[in-house]
Design a protein. Sequence first.
Length: 204
Amino acid sequence: MPRIAEARAGAEPSSPRQHERRRSILRAAEDIAAETGLDRVQMHEVARSAGVAIGTLYRYFPSKTHLFTAVMADQIEGLGARLAEVPAHESPEDTVFATLAGATRSLLRRPALATAMIQSANVARASTVPDLARVDTGFLDLLIRAWGVEDPTEHHVARLRLLTLLWYGVLQSRLNERITPEEAEADLRMACRLLLAPGEDDGT
């Protein structure tokens, strides 16, 4: 289990070179965690693999919590970039389900990395880990797009927030092998239909 994040935010890159260094660090962290799991990730190994000084790594990511929360934020943004156009014949609930099921399958390809990201996000504090907001807003934006809601209300957001929390639980249960892939998909499909069914109060 990762330690609680240190009480400071990491530095933000400003130049193209700094952005590339940050991307190199994230790629190295992904590969190492996918092989070893979070507990065995050593920050000096990440720095060496990324080709940066250890001080540079800690400037951007003061702890493993910062590092793997940032990895998760980047993963979610990648999912958003790959989101396909909504098929005309699919209901909005089915499209959101397909998005969540696809995200689950993508993360489970590297289960040790998925566990590292979830554990880190679970202990991160929004006040000191800015990338936690990227995780939340990125996933919310992804689901709003999949749902096809052009002008979301607070009620839309609340329903998606509940759905996201449920999805985290399903994903964790898959990582722990407490449920089968078929059970996970059935649970997600039911949740989408129950939470996202058209309602008179918000026009969906």
